[in-house]
Design a protein. Structure first.
Length: 202
């Protein structure tokens, strides 16, 4: 059976206007979707940037022109928490293995760990005190070289990568006591020898 040829569609002005309207609506929907995705991406990017960059650069305190940023403060708080946890574990170890009563110390550490405001304030006070000490040392001309700091760290941890230093023997000066003129009159320099008794034969 021969195929019938499809009948050509009649395109009218109404049909063209309707297609144009549908195309415009599809473009508007596409634009709104892309705009929404861009707005969400920008909001997420700004939130990430604020949380990880801008907020960390905000000032927590300023001490004589030196700024303590949120990032520096948070790092020190985290370090202090780790130190407190290590100290807590050490006290528990002593209590369990050696029977030492360290319940008071454990309670103080728990109190610090359970109150983040108190811990944060303690760390901030310590940072401010360190800045004040540094500034006062600069005023007095006290300076410490990096080599001296490294040496102090090695001594504190008893770690010497080049071997344990051997102490050098330095001779110390000593003086013999001398007698003054008045002392010489009391104790003459040359004593009169006493005669030794000689045995006599009987």
């Amino acid at each position: 059976m021969p195929k019938e040829s499809p009948t050509p569609k009649i395109v009218t002005k109404k049909h063209i206007a309707r297609l144009e309207r549908e195309r415009r609506q599809a473009n508007i929907i596409r634009g709104i979707a892309i705009g929404g995705i861009l707005i969400v991406a920008l909001l997420l990017g700004y939130g990430y940037l604020k949380l990880n960059v801008l907020q960390l650069r905000e000032s927590v305190a300023e001490v004589n022109g030196v700024t303590i940023t949120t990032g520096q403060w948070q790092e020190r708080v985290q370090l202090q928490r780790v130190n407190l946890l290590n100290l807590y574990n050490t006290y528990q170890f002593y209590q369990q293995n050696f029977g030492l009563d360290s319940s008071q110390q454990l309670q103080q550490i728990q109190l610090s760990l359970q109150s983040p405001e108190l811990l944060g304030q303690e760390v901030l006070d310590q940072m401010i005190e360190e800045i004040l000490i540094r500034q006062e040392a600069e005023k007095r001309g006290i300076s410490v070289s990096a080599q001296e700091v490294e040496q102090a760290i090695r001594v504190a941890y008893n770690f010497f990568p080049d071997g344990t230093p051997t102490p050098t023997i330095t001779p110390t000066e000593f003086s013999l006591p001398t007698l003054s003129a008045q002392q010489l009159t009391i104790y003459p320099a040359t004593a009169i020898p006493t005669e030794a008794l000689t045995p006599t034969p009987e």
